[in-house]
Design a protein around this ligand. Sequence first.
Ligand SMILES: [Zn+2]
Length: 288
Amino acid sequence: MLPRTMSIVLSLVAIAVAASSAASEAGVPAYRAETGHCVLEWSDKPDSAEIEWMSREAATLYRRVAELLGEQPADKITILLEGPAERADGRRDYPRVDSQGRIHLFKFGPDAGSYLSALAHEMVHAFRIDRIRTADWFFEEGFAEFVALRADPSLAGFPWFDFPVTIVAGQWVAAGQGIPLSALRERHGQLNMACRAQSYSLRSSFFDWLGRTHGDKVVIATAKMQPAGSLTDYEKFFGKPFEELEREWRKALMAEYRAIPDADVLAKEFRQASPIQYQPVCSAGKDF
Ligand SMILES: [Zn+2]
């Protein structure tokens, strides 16, 4: 149970949506729905089933994230549903939280469900944006992924594409493409997006392992430090320096990976048949 009980109102009010008078930044009318804690705005007119479904999913994820973090923001979170990730000018857009704390989501296929794959992760950032200073983006991203794995264990979408965490993270390490966490921590700006196929899943696996071996509550307590993610906090909260924790995690990950009987078959399927095949992969010696 959580140390603090919160009353979370999940009333799906105002789901009856019409072309409201709200206008998006581009001057295009936005289609709006509100739950107890979220405001959803679509760039393209959604059908009523999508409105109801997305509102329900947003309310559920909000409740789970709030329960895990033991706190919630004072204001409603705005979620902007902006259509296909492929933009008209050929750019590809990525889910993110802007400086006002609004979540931007994009569709990665024809199905509106693909909006949801990043929602739990982005919601963690939106919960924390004005409240927690971060020492380190490695920690902040890893923590968002850790909470997302607990709040939304579906593993749909990037970087899992319906494969288990141990297979996805394990196969990078097994293939000699497991970027050292120290490099991801020290060179976040350079490696995070350029090596995103690897960076997101390796960090997720590390924080997931920290939670499983030291307790989820310890990871969550670490995240409440101001600033969160200082190198010295790993020793303080997990009893060992970062480098030692990294060595232990790699060893445990490889043992878990090798224990899956068809790990190499699944790894091949992940690399060759899932959408990860379209992502750039960074190589040892060249990129990290
Ligand atoms: Zn993030």
